[in-house]
Design a protein around this ligand. Structure first.
Ligand SMILES: [Zn+2]
Length: 124
């Protein structure tokens, strides 16, 4: 019977571990891979190690699964910019203007391009 009741580590999961309950030092690992018998772990300093699941269960205590915290922290905002038709001139680039000889003038919003750059922020 294993001494500890650790959860199964998930591939890609991140955890805070301790060597034993008497040890005050906690450390961070990310699980690079999970095989039938092994965990492939990467430590904070970049070192990686294949740890037998059996040894892991007997010797390591999982203090906390921090995968979800990490994911939240790494949510990235990406900015998407798309052109849309100018709302004032509807893409014509010119608007009616009775004060000019041509009866129209260059659209002040899009400067005649008929397009407006629309910026949306995408969370994902
Ligand atoms: Zn316009």
């Amino acid at each position: 019977m294993p001494e500890n009741s650790n959860p199964e580590l998930k591939k890609g999961g991140e955890y805070i571990l301790k060597e034993s309950k008497y040890c005050s030092h906690s450390y961070y690992v990310v699980v690079l891979n999970v095989t039938e018998k092994y965990y492939h772990l990467q430590y904070e300093n970049g070192n990686t190690e294949w740890v037998e699941k059996k040894d892991f269960q007997n010797n390591i205590i999982v203090m906390e699964d921090i995968s979800s915290f990490k994911i939240q922290k790494e949510i990235k905002k990406s900015v998407e910019q798309v052109f849309e038709n100018c709302p004032l001139c509807n893409g014509n680039g010119r608007i009616p203007d009775d004060n000019t000889t041509s009866g129209e003038t260059t659209c002040p919003i899009c400067n005649g391009s008929g397009q407006r750059l629309k910026t949306s922020i995408i969370y994902g």
